[in-house]
Design a protein around this ligand. Sequence first.
Ligand code: UD1
Ligand code: CA
Length: 454
Amino acid sequence: MSLAVVTLAAGKGSRMKSARPKVLHTLAGQPMLGHVLDTAMSLSGAEQHVVIGHGADLIREAFGATPVNWAVQSEQKGTGHAVAQALPAISDDSVVLVLYGDVPLIRRDTLLPLVAAARAGNLGLLTVTLPDPGGYGRIVRDASGDVQAIVEHKDASQAQRQIREVNTGILAAPAARLKHWLPQLSADNAQGEYYLTDVIAMAVADGLQIVTHQPDSAAEVEGVNDRLQLARLERIYQRQLADELMRNGVALMDPERLDIRGSLRVGDNVSIDVGCVFEGEVTLGNNVRIGPYNLIRNSRIGDGVEIESFCHIEQADVASACHLGPYARLRPGAELASGARVGNFCEIKKSQIGEGAKVNHLSYIGDASVGANANIGAGTITCNYDGVNKSRTEIGAGAFIGSNSALVAPVTIGTDATVGAGSVITRPVADGELAVGRGKQRNISGWNRPVKKD
Ligand code: UD1
Ligand code: CA
């Protein structure tokens, strides 16, 4: 029996106070709807249906590459009406699981018992017991504990409002049953909406068993209506990721001060200080030590690398035993061979830095290759851009570039060549040569300093 997931995402989310549709607001760098779809797609063989309304085009565009059947609900007439929009595309013999684009932390394991109940011909319902159930639909059970109905808060009696077990909205049922029930919904209630929750009483009347299940933690079923709730879930989610890292042996100086927006893969004996942000796909090798306040995006960091504080590293490949920072910037295409060092206020772009080479202070190396064990003195700049074209600089192994040199590309500096400090290099320097390209020093003796006129 195939599984069709229907994710509701048509609501406006006015309390976000944003032009962006609510489900495109991000949690850990990914739209909330993306989290839900990832979980839904982890249910093997599930076909995906998403009901959209407000901001439909933006949502479709954001998920252009995801295999989803979009159903448009142009007017939001309630959750029952929303699910009905997806049903025509779903075959009668499948099972439907209803999820929500603004409930991003739901886990796969929590959904499995619901799907199993529906596959057995029953209705699986996810409920949660809350200390303060205000606002939610209440789960009404009979004397023997069987669920009879869900009553929305606004329609509930004083006695029903005492019930602390509430509806999460997440349920699973046979598609044929939903196709039979949904057309019978009425909007004759406090909100004038077609409530999905009314199918519970219909299922009971049709002799189905209502199989309830609760999530491990209430955060899993928490919906996001405003930015405060989104920020709350972000911290909960980040803490889960941090805990997972620590269980895998990573030393985190403070698990509350770490942000992972993507996937972070780690080796053994890694330590990460406070305030680090990892974005996209990041891999850290064994024995990596990362100091405080670093941003690392879509990069690979090899074994034994040490990163001091305040580095900005993007699309870089850093081989083993390199040393970075403090305050180093690696831009896309920075490739460091093992043992290379890039120090404070250095920027490396689209360049290969050879084994053991040093770029330690205040340099810009762009469109260049730096040979093994070369030493790039403080303030060295590769002048790679003439205002129109980018050109390359090749620096040989063992070269020594004196401080504050400008290497005007295209230019080649040979193996073991030396450049005198303060040089502007415009012509190639051969292997082993010394190049000095600067004004000659003159010393004037007996020089009298100017005196102040009165
Ligand atoms: C719903 C449940 C309630 C449950 C609560 C949990 C109903 C009638 N009530 O109430 O029992 O305790 O969720 O949060 O189902 N949506 C659409 N189209 C619509 C209406 C809603 O796509 O026409 C989407 C919304 O974008 C939202 C979700 O469905 O993501 C929930 O809708 P909402 O109206 O907020 O339901 P609640 O009143 O919270
Ligand atoms: Ca809601």
